[in-house]
Design a protein around this ligand. Structure first.
Ligand code: SR1
Length: 325
């Protein structure tokens, strides 16, 4: 690949290889994340090697090992189980390979952490849930432990329940078994039958919300329930806007922007520059009313309203740009 005139070495000459090693690859969020990473890589002349995530910790370790053998300059670790990654990541660092991590806490001072501010994301949703439903309601909660972003959102949910004694968590469910939305829908259907008083569902991952909505549609609960989620895609916008949709709000970044930020952070490290240790892409709250009032049907149209959906200031430098617009 051609180099970038005026860029620091090795980007001035081109041919830099970076690996993106995923734990999860299915679903709109991860596909958009990969697309954003690939677009940013192209603009930097980077040869981005993408390793698909199959929710298999042993395979992800093996892929990191392969990336080391291929001679990449940097590795982006996207999600995963920290305990199965720490030693192999240290092996990469010992060989002089730079590592950044998105949504997995490797507990290593040499590995910058990228996240979407999961605290803000959950707080935005729960504030909106109170605005829409008051402080007394029965809730369902969709959660799977062990994923850093879900665990951080869970901490906010736990604090929220303590400070809102009128909020009763009546049922909890969740799975990341593929296809995630359908598996969650099966569980949600049983929860709705067992707890017909549930009025609010906190489902802070769009695959979870899609499942919660599917089950609500099947049980004709569209006008009785309100679902609050994380993440957004064009398909999600369509689902939120659907007539009588129970899915009323989401708090989200543009995952393509997060993918671009991940590549930029890795590139800065390779160039000997500091992207910062804690790199945050801030989420925005998006309600069905916002989408309807502004006639928004796609992520691209969302970008026209929220500039954070086009670009992020995180991990930038004059020679890199922001990868959006
Ligand atoms: C299973 S973890 C799913 C979450 O990862 C990313 O942080 C997305 O926001 C998604 O909600």
């Amino acid at each position: 690949a051609a180099g970038i005139p005026g860029a620091p070495p090795p980007f001035d000459k081109g041919g830099v290889k970076i690996a993106l090693v995923n734990y999860l690859s299915t679903g709109d969020f991860f596909q958009a994340y990969e697309a954003g990473a690939q677009k940013q890589a192209k603009s930097l002349g980077v040869d981005l090697r993408i390793y698909e995530g199959r929710q298999d910790a042993a395979e992800q370790r093996e892929q990191i090992q392969q990336a080391i053998s291929v001679g990449v300059s940097a590795i982006i670790v996207n999600h995963g189980l920290p305990e199965s990654l720490k030693d192999v990541v240290q092996r990469a660092l010992d060989k002089g390979i730079k590592v950044v991590a998105f949504d997995v806490d490797l507990g290593n001072a040499s590995v910058p952490q990228i996240e979407q501010s999961d605290h803000d994301l959950a707080a935005l949703l729960l504030d909106q849930a109170v605005k829409d439903n008051g402080t007394t309601f029965s809730a369902g909660y969709v959660y799977v432990a062990g994923f850093a972003p879900l665990d951080r959102r869970d901490a906010v949910w736990r604090a929220f329940k303590s400070s809102h004694p009128g909020v009763q968590e009546k049922a909890r469910w969740g799975t990341v078994d593929n296809p995630i939305a359908q598996s969650v829908a099966n569980q949600a259907a049983a929860a709705y039958r067992a707890h017909p008083d549930i009025r609010v569902v906190f489902a802070p991952y769009d695959e979870f919300a899609r499942g919660a909505k599917l089950a609500a549609d099947e049980a004709n609960l569209g006008t009785k329930l309100r679902i609050y989620s994380a993440d957004i895609s064009t398909a999600d916008i369509e689902a939120i806007r659907a007539p009588n949709s129970a899915w009323v709000a989401t708090a989200a970044t543009n995952p393509a922007v997060v993918g671009a930020v991940s590549v930029r952070a890795a590139a800065l490290l390779v160039a000997g520059q500091d992207p910062g240790h804690h790199i945050v892409v801030k989420p925005a709250l998006i309600t069905r009313d916002d989408l309807v009032k502004n006639d928004i049907h796609t992520i691209a149209e969302l970008g026209a309203k929220f500039s954070s959906f086009r670009v992020s200031d995180a991990a930038t430098a004059a020679w890199i740009g922001k990868g959006g617009d």
